[in-house]
Design a protein around this ligand. Sequence first.
Ligand code: FES
Ligand code: FES
Length: 156
Amino acid sequence: MHSIRLTVNGREAEVEVSTHTLLVDVLREHLALRGTHVGCDTSQCGCCTVLLNGESVRSCAVLAVQAEDAQVTTVEGLANDGTLHPIQEAFSRCHGLQCGFCTPGMIMTTACLLATNPNPGESEIIEALEGNLCRCTGYVNIVASVQEASRLLRAA
Ligand code: FES
Ligand code: FES
C-alpha cells in the first residue's frame, strides 16, 4: 500500500491504495462519490466515465496510481450550489434518462465532447456516445439531451 494524492472535483485528497486499486474504487469507496456507477467492470458500458485531466476515461480501467497528481471530475462536480449544470438540466428537460444508471457516464462523456466540440452534429454525438450503453431509453432522447446541452452552454 502507498499513499497517492489527487484532486477530485476541486478538492485535494490523499488515499492509501495498492498497485491494483482502480480509480473507480477510490472514487466510490474511499471518497464516497457513488454517482460514478459500475455497470460491467470489464470496460464496456461507460457507466463509470469520469474526466481525468479533462479527458473522459472509464474509471474501472484506470489504476488509482495512474491518477496520482491528476485532476478528476465526477458527476458530483458539475452542479453548482444546488443548481444543475446545463448538461444535467438538458438531460432532465429532454428525458434523457429512465432508470438513470447510465446517466452519470453519459453526462461525463457529453462534458468531454462539448468541451472540445461545442456544437456537434448528430453523427458526432452518436460517435462520442458509442462507448456508453443504455438499456432503457433507445438513445433518441439522449442525443436530444446532448443537442440541448450544446444549445444551453453556447447561450450561457
Ligand atoms: S463499469 Fe466501467 S465500463 Fe462498465
Ligand atoms: S436510463 Fe437506464 S440504463 Fe440508461
